[in-house]
Design a binder for this molecule. Structure first.
Ligand code: PLP
Length: 414
């Protein structure tokens, strides 16, 4: 047998999003137009400052002025880059974070794997509010841990009682993501303070203070509000972030990890993160991108464009009679599978098993060339996610297809 069993198993159940991406490409070839809202791949170009700084580096390089800048560096990243990003993180998180607490990462995915390798013993648990970005499951199991799902409230905000029930002596960390994929929720400050108090209380009781890991690639994409900080709300916290969304650089694999200034055994934790960065095969975050993002700390993509798209998409959904949770950040709309005559609220047969209904609804949409990702891929059957990081014209012209699909869905026999 050539392929590891665990990977084989994961392959058969994994990445609905990637599958949709490939199906979308097929449909595009066949029909020309597809309303593809399946993948969170930002279509906005990086801000003009990125191109300017990139060109300056290329020119310096050509003139031999940047010797050594493509070489190995400390596995944590360039010292001056860590310094610049410590300043940015301190301003965002509302407390002083020294450069020694910043470790550069190959995107948020790389950073989360580095964190999991650094803090999980075999069988340790990592608690995640559900729904959640599905790759977390793989990141945790990559490093011998177990993901424990904690239900959320009906509006997808934290259910602190459910988090409390999910904690055990094996809990190494609670992982939160705000602004949230797939729901667009931004956790309010009071819920973060309550979560911090809960984790402190758990630590006092058990002697084990779980880490609070904040996955924040969408921090800078929020609408009319500032995302409350997590790093300084609780002593034992770690922020993982990237420039995949805020500067539209997902292919460049650049981000960083910040460790709270008050974290227990903080220095040892940073040493573990640096070691994990090296031995997981990243060795270090991409050198050129480190240097570029350090000079772009005040820049981000045009968030107003995403906000306009959010409004346009909500209009389309309203027109089709699809209910959704209005997002406060990120660029996803999480929608309820519409109710059918005689069906239950999740779009399934009354009293019947509705777990497959989001898939059935997604298939119905696909017939009308609309692609979204079934909520069961995020642990939320009965829901469907649409990514609105696509051109506004695609959103506007999908209105008819949404209406027709919902009409067909409601008329179809249960
Ligand atoms: N976390 C969340 C919630 C995401 O949505 C994504 C990507 O879509 C990631 C992490 C991974 O981001 P990156 O491309 O920076 O690795």
């Amino acid at each position: 047998m050539a392929i590891a069993l665990a990977v084989k198993e994961a392959l058969s159940s994994s990445s609905m999003i990637r599958k949709m991406f490939e199906e979308g490409a097929e449909l595009k070839k066949k029909y020309g137009t597809v309303f593809d809202f399946s993948i969170g791949n930002p279509d906005l170009e990086p801000p003009p400052a990125f191109h300017r700084v990139f060109a300056e580096f290329a020119e310096d390089d050509r003139r031999g002025l940047s010797k050594g800048s493509h070489g190995y560096m400390s596995n944590a990243g360039f010292a001056d880059v860590r310094e610049a990003l410590a300043k940015k993180a301190s301003a965002e998180q509302g407390c002083e974070i020294p450069a020694s607490r910043i470790v550069m990462a190959a995107g948020a995915a790389g950073g989360l794997n580095v964190v999991c390798k650094s803090i999980l013993n075999p069988g340790d648990e990592l608690v995640v509010p559900k729904p959640y970005f599905m790759e977390y499951r793989a990141y945790v199991s990559n490093h011998g841990g177990k993901l424990v799902e904690a239900p959320t409230r009906p509006d997808f905000n934290l259910d602190l009682g459910a988090v409390e029930e999910s904690l055990s002596e094996k809990t190494a960390a609670v992982l939160v993501n705000s602004p949230h994929n797939p729901t667009g929720v931004v956790y309010p400050e009071k819920d973060i303070a309550a979560l911090a108090a809960l984790l402190r209380g758990h630590g006092e009781k058990t002697g084990r203070y779980p880490y609070l890991v904040a996955d924040e690639p969408y921090r800078e994409i929020a609408y009319g509000l500032t995302v409350p900080p997590l790093l300084c709300a609780y002593e034992n916290s770690i922020v993982v972030t990237s420039y995949s969304k805020s500067l539209s650089l997902p292919g460049e694999r650049i981000g960083y990890i910040a460790v709270g200034p008050e974290a227990r055994e903080g220095e040892e934790l940073v040493a573990a993160l640096i070691y994990a960065t090296r031995v997981l095969g990243f060795v270090n975050a991409p050198a050129l991108m480190q240097r570029i993002v350090a000079r772009l700390t005040g820049e981000r993509v045009a968030v107003g464009t995403y906000e306009k798209r959010r409004e346009a998409f909500m209009n389309v959904l309203d027109g089709a009679g699809i209910e959704y949770r209005k997002p406060e950040g990120a660029f996803y709309l999480f929608c309820k599978v519409p109710r059918r005559a005689g069906g239950n609220a999740a779009g399934g047969a009354a009293g019947g098993d509705d777990s497959g209904n989001d898939r059935a609804f997604s298939d119905c949409l696909k017939k009308h060339l609309v692609l979204g990702v079934p909520g069961s891929s995020f642990g939320a059957p009965g829901w469907i996610r649409f990514a609105y990081c696509v051109d506004e014209s695609v959103i506007a012209s999908s209105a008819r297809a949404f209406r027709d699909a919902v009409e067909e869905w409601r008329a179809a026999p249960l």
